[in-house]
Ligand binder design. Structure first.
Ligand SMILES: *[C@@H]1O[C@H](CO)[C@@H](O)[C@H](O)[C@H]1NC(C)=O
Ligand SMILES: *[C@@H]1O[C@H](CO)[C@@H](O)[C@H](O)[C@H]1NC(C)=O
Ligand SMILES: *[C@@H]1O[C@H](CO)[C@@H](O)[C@H](O)[C@H]1NC(C)=O
Length: 421
């Protein structure tokens, strides 16, 4: 029961286009996500080529196009080279605008982890997808041609999860991003959504650490065969364009609340400097924990410890629980508590109705309950936000925020379930 609640909590909906509440005319498609426990990268499994094989790609919100190492052992009879005179080639990032025989479309590929740039060429191959089973009774497989970057060497893979062959670029401004290509290929709105949660196993979804949907919802969850729509409350906010980083997903965070308290934040940090691209807030699930510029981080921690103090005082008056006790911090976190003292606080948490963290947008609020604490090691629950330093490029990077150790996280899930009821 506990996990049925917890796994619905982090849903992050990103509208790639600004198309207003456009309903999908065709069923969307869905892929399972996998998360590696050491790199914490999310991988999407794509069935491609002829004969069909599964290729795992690291999900990269800021990537211009999907690419993989297609030399050395990759054979597909449906693979085609994209001509350098094609419109697709003109949409890719090119090192030099040469278009000599044999008219290969030479392009640059970016590794989002090491930030290195490699050479490759543009190819296309068949991708076979399943329609979203929540949208249609029987998932229907269908295929489309998708343009990929083909890396010239496998050196470019360094830093990426060992199980991956490349990167699934989902950049918001690129016509070659996987989201844009699927939208055109399957004629549905240019929308994708990720649903991230701890590793779960059930008869409907088997084992997964999340899903990525293209083309729209409904985003229904299954837990032991029971579908759950009730927790599906989506918050919408327009995306901002950072002129220096057009592929990335910036949002307009106006303020942050921690357990109901608004943090004092220098407004300059919250806006994007159009000349330098510095500042603002972006969403990037490659970052495991939300990262805050130092002054925001300090204000965050202060508000959080004040909340703990308030709880301790309230409990001293009302109940006979041990106080929430601070313990030695576990890096990269700086503020940690004895998790057994937190679990015992259930009833007082019930009384505290404010969400753990709220990101306040111009016309909406994204309430996040519970994900403020992370079990960093056995018995130690830390405030799961990370100091991003004094002069980061982006002031706030909203990361995946999730548990890296599902087995241990169960402790926390129980606590959270208690808090809910
Ligand atoms: C943006 O950054 C530039 C260079 O640091 C600076 O001169 C300018 O004043 C900044 N703009 C704003 C609106 O802060
Ligand atoms: C818990 O903390 C409160 C507030 O700091 C204090 O008044 C109380 O005595 C503490 N209770 C215990 C059992 O330490
Ligand atoms: C977010 O939390 C605040 C404070 O509890 C509440 O007033 C508001 O309705 C919540 N918003 C949403 C969208 O859940």
């Amino acid at each position: 029961m506990a996990s049925s609640i917890i796994r619905f909590l982090l849903v992050l909906i990103v509208s790639v286009s600004f198309s207003n509440a456009q309903l999908p005319t065709h069923p969307g498609i869905v892929f399972d996500l996998e998360r590696d426990s050491s790199t914490l990268q999310y991988l999407v499994k794509i069935n491609q080529g002829t004969p069909q094989r599964e290729v795992k790609l690291v999900v990269d919100f800021g990537g211009k196009l999907p690419w993989f190492a297609c030399h050395g052992g990759y054979y597909s009879s449906s693979l085609r080279k994209v001509s350098c005179t094609s419109s697709q080639c003109s949409q890719a990032e090119k090192p030099v605008s040469t278009c000599a025989d044999p008219k290969i479309c030479s392009i640059s590929l970016r590794n989002p982890v090491t930030r290195s740039v490699g050479k490759g060429e543009l190819i296309s191959d068949i991708v076979t997808v399943k329609s979203d089973p929540d949208n249609q009774q029987t998932p229907v497989p269908s295929s489309r041609n998708v343009a990929f970057g083909c890396a010239a060497t496998s050196n470019i893979l360094s830093g990426l999860d060992k199980a991956s062959k490349g990167v699934a670029g989902l950049g918001r401004s690129s016509a070659l991003s996987l989201a844009s290509q699927f939208a055109v290929g399957f004629q549905y709105p240019n929308i994708f959504a990720v649903d991230l949660h701890d590793s779960v196993r059930d008869e409907k979804v088997l084992e997964t650490t999340g899903k990525i949907y293209f083309g729209g919802g409904p985003y229904i969850h299954y837990f032991w065969g029971i579908s759950d729509l009730a927790d599906r409350v989506l918050t919408y906010t327009p995306l901002l364009i950072n002129p220096k980083s057009e592929e990335e997903y910036f949002v307009d965070v106006k303020s942050i609340k921690v357990h109901g308290e608004t943090l004092p934040i220098n407004n300059k940090l919250l806006s994007i400097n159009k000349t330098t691209g510095i500042g603002g807030t972006k969403i990037d699930i490659r970052i495991p924990y939300t990262t805050l510029e130092t002054s925001i981080y300090n204000a965050f921690i202060k508000a959080h410890t004040e909340w703990v103090d308030r709880l301790n005082i309230a409990n001293a008056e009302l109940m006979d629980f041990p106080n929430i006790t601070m313990v030695a911090a576990v890096a990269p976190f700086t503020t940690c508590y004895d998790s057994s003292t937190i679990i015992l606080r259930g009833p007082s948490v019930v009384n505290n109705v404010a969400p753990s963290v709220s990101f306040v947008f111009p016309t909406s609020v994204w309430n996040i309950s519970f994900f403020d604490l992370v079990i960093a090691k056995e018995g130690v629950a830390c405030v799961g936000f990370v100091d991003g330093g004094l002069n980061p490029m982006t002031s706030i990077v909203i990361g995946a925020l999730l548990q890296q150790k599902p087995a241990i996280a169960k402790t926390l899930l129980q606590f959270f379930a208690m808090a809910l009821f």
